[in-house]
Design a binder for this molecule. Structure first.
Ligand code: FAD
Length: 393
């Protein structure tokens, strides 16, 4: 059998899970090639640790991409600038790479310019540098109003901004100044994490209320950095310190490829992760072209998109790996993603709740929020450690 090339675009959470799964199953004659523009892998969930000061600097959350070559994974340190899904060809600034199997795992990029005033006014929680700036600002904060802002839907890790605000609450309690700090969070939608259903949303609202944290159902239109106000349609909220999640969008190369639909992302088959050309009938004209993780849209039975989280990107990567390996061996590609996933939600004080369940359930996702425990917090540490082993061996 002639050696095949699996080309993975993006060496983030999903891309690396896929690359390691493939390398563990494929003979050496087959190439596993990752195109990743950055020379480090960011453990971006650790932005919360940077924010609280548990980790000192952004460097603590970065791992060297060059380490993956030890595992027989080829790393092309370049930016993918165009993708041809029909020819399965990807162009960078210096070369064109041809794939037998093409997997797009380019994530969702951040677009702070989508909200006028965001870049000037907010600590960007979704960038390690923003979380680092916030670490110092929180250490210096002696009282006043902190607003956390979720700009648009969808965004990565629906729980993360809520974790951030629970951790801030915990931090100020430890400092003994919580009574001098006003905490609130604004997001589009009547409840947090709408995809998880009203019960989980109400449970989270209850946890916020218990800690005297206000929740506002608002879509930001702009931020006035001079007067320090978040402006909504017909409403406004002043702040002393603003923590923000900027709008997200698919990387330009993906948008330009014709692979995206009205969602702005690549609509994929929910079980096989093949990139679709006919979403309604779950059909595709492409052959051996997949997309996983945050760059995708999967529409659930409640008509909401599957959340953009690392645990889903990782599970999807493993399913695609199994199917590629089977196909190379001439066997049926029978692995199916089941839409299950769970993730601990840090609430401070060494505790985490556990959100998760069956997102593909009928008539809609069956999701629960298990009460906080120290064990769930330890579980969160454990899955961070798994990501670490990809780079440290
Ligand atoms: C603060 C925070 C906390 C989080 N906490 C959790 C958590 O607890 N649990 C959880 O499951 N998820 C969490 N997430 C979400 C999780 O990080 C993402 O869902 C996950 O990283 C998605 O994986 P991905 O492979 O789809 O994309 P990414 O991990 O974003 O990887 C995409 C990669 O593509 C690269 N890339 C982009 N464009 C190009 C290009 N043109 N050419 C080459 N390379 C390119 C990028 O550099 C990046 O490395 C958190 C996110 C944040 C921001």
């Amino acid at each position: 059998m002639a050696g095949k090339t699996v080309l993975i675009l993006g060496g983030g959470w999903g891309g690396m899970a896929l690359a390691y799964s493939l390398r563990g199953m494929l003979a050496d004659e087959h190439r596993v090639v990752v195109i990743e523009k950055n020379d480090t892998f960011a453990l971006c969930m650790s932005n919360l640790k940077i924010m609280t000061g548990e980790w000192n600097s952004p460097a603590d959350a970065r791992r060297q991409m060059s380490n993956i070559s030890r595992e027989g994974i080829e790393w092309v340190h370049e930016e993918a600038v165009s993708i041809d899904p029909v020819a399965r060809e990807v162009r960078t600034d210096s070369q064109t790479l041809k794939a037998d199997y093409l997997v797009i795992a380019l994530g969702a990029g951040l677009d702070p310019s989508g909200v006028p005033g965001f870049a000037e006014s907010a600590y960007n929680l979704y960038e390690a540098e923003g979380a680092h700036g916030l670490q110092q600002a929180l250490a210096d904060f002696d009282g006043g109003k902190i607003v956390t802002l979720i700009s648009r839907m969808p965004y990565r890790c629906p729980a993360a901004p809520f974790e951030a605000i629970f951790l801030m609450d915990s931090l100020f309690r430890e400092k003994g100044i919580r009574d001098r700090v006003d905490l609130s969070i604004h997001a589009p939608g009547p409840r947090p994490m709408a995809v998880a259903g009203p019960a989980v949303g109400d449970a989270l609202l209850g946890m916020l209320a218990d800690r005297d944290i206000a929740y506002g159902n608002h879509v930001v239109s702009s931020i006035d950095s001079a007067s320090r106000k978040v402006l909504f349609d017909g409403d406004e909220d002043p702040f002393d310190l603003l923590v923000g999640v900027p709008p997200h969008k698919a990387p330009q190369a993906v948008t330009d490829s014709g692979l995206t639909d009205a969602s702005g992302y690549i609509h994929v088959h929910p079980q096989t992760l093949e990139a679709l050309t006919d979403v309604e009938n779950l059909q595709t004209d492409y052959s051996h072209v997949y997309a996983i993780g945050d760059v995708t849209t999967v529409t659930l039975l409640n008509m909401m998109p599957l959340p953009k989280t690392g645990v889903f990107a990782e599970s999807e990567g493993r399913v695609v790996a199994e199917n590629i390996v089977a196909d190379i061996a001439g066997a049926p590609a029978s692995a199916r993603y089941d839409g299950r996933g769970e993730c601990p939600v840090d609430i401070g004080g060494g505790l985490a709740a556990l959100a998760g369940g069956a997102f593909y359930a009928s008539p809609g996702p069956r999701i629960t929020l298990e009460p906080p425990s120290a064990q769930f917090r330890r579980d969160k540490e454990a899955f961070e450690e798994v990501l670490d082993t990809w780079f440290t061996g």
